[in-house]
Design a protein around this ligand. Sequence first.
Ligand SMILES: Cc1ncc(COP(=O)(O)O)c(C=O)c1O
Length: 352
Amino acid sequence: MSRYWSEKVRNLSPYTPGEQPKIEGLVKLNTNENPYGPSPRALKAMQEQATSGLCLYPDPECLELKEAIGRYYDQPASRVFVGNGSDEVLAHAFQALLQQRRPILCPDISYSFYPVYCRLYDVDCIQIPLGDNFEIQLGKYARENGGILFANPNAPTGRCLELGQIDSLLRGNRNSVVIVDEAYIDFGGESAVALVDDYDNLLVVQTLSKSRALAGLRVGFALGREELVEGLERVKNSFNSYPLDKFAIAGGAASMADHNYFEETCEKIVATRERLSTGLGVRGFEVLPSLANFVFARHRHHDAVALSQALRQKNILVRHFLQPRIDQYLRISVGTDDQCRMLLQALDTIVG
Ligand SMILES: Cc1ncc(COP(=O)(O)O)c(C=O)c1O
């Protein structure tokens, strides 16, 4: 604490990201990274950028990337906003679209960056409890609000809503923006981008960090009607004209165009997720049904903190959240088959 800090900064409680330790041989299943690495076409495009004139600024409009995302979703580039990771896209959405007179609505258990942005941008939030099975209860969002924000699939539960449920929510909520954070949508869910033509208040946020294995590059995007995108651009251009560098623009665009690699690696993760869920079930865990690249599970007899510490001693990292209702759960990212096998073998020795 410094006496030079503004009052605002004194009252912030910043987000704590998952650890990134540099330990040889670590089985890292704590931050939902994708073990298969990015598309070779993305790597090549980035290598080419190294000799493309880095003394020049990148395209502030990031048009090549917006067009590649637009092509993938059959939407015009004018409906695409891009940012330095979807965290930045969400931050701009808070400022551009959620700073309203009424409180926004969010699930009580969700991505823990949302409350951090609420504080940073002075956005009031009413947290709507998840149901008994940790499902988002969209019926409870039918009330006055300054915006609605949820992750689908939700994090850290992995549970996913169907498109029809989101359609119903939008049909009944015409006066504020609905933001669907689809960081994990490519592992089995159905994207709400399909509803962008029908609703001018829908913003879908996605990332290249998970399904496209580019967490280190920092590329996220939002898809929505032009007026919403323009609001985001106004914030972005009042903050940083060049949030995406030349590598991110070229690598992100090439990744969006490589359908085969994308589908192949997502399918592998989905298959491993199902094997991992079964393996955990056999070892005494209750596993929530997940459509993400992680599973959320609790052991019937073993404490979650003790389990995560015992795994850590065996060089295996998983994520635990000290939060009511979920403090007995572990969030385990889906790694390769080998990594998941190592996790299950370690659990055999820990839980017997
Ligand atoms: C639900 C959710 N949204 C957004 C993000 C941010 O992703 P990124 O900033 O890497 O695009 C994450 C990252 O873990 C997430 O879990």
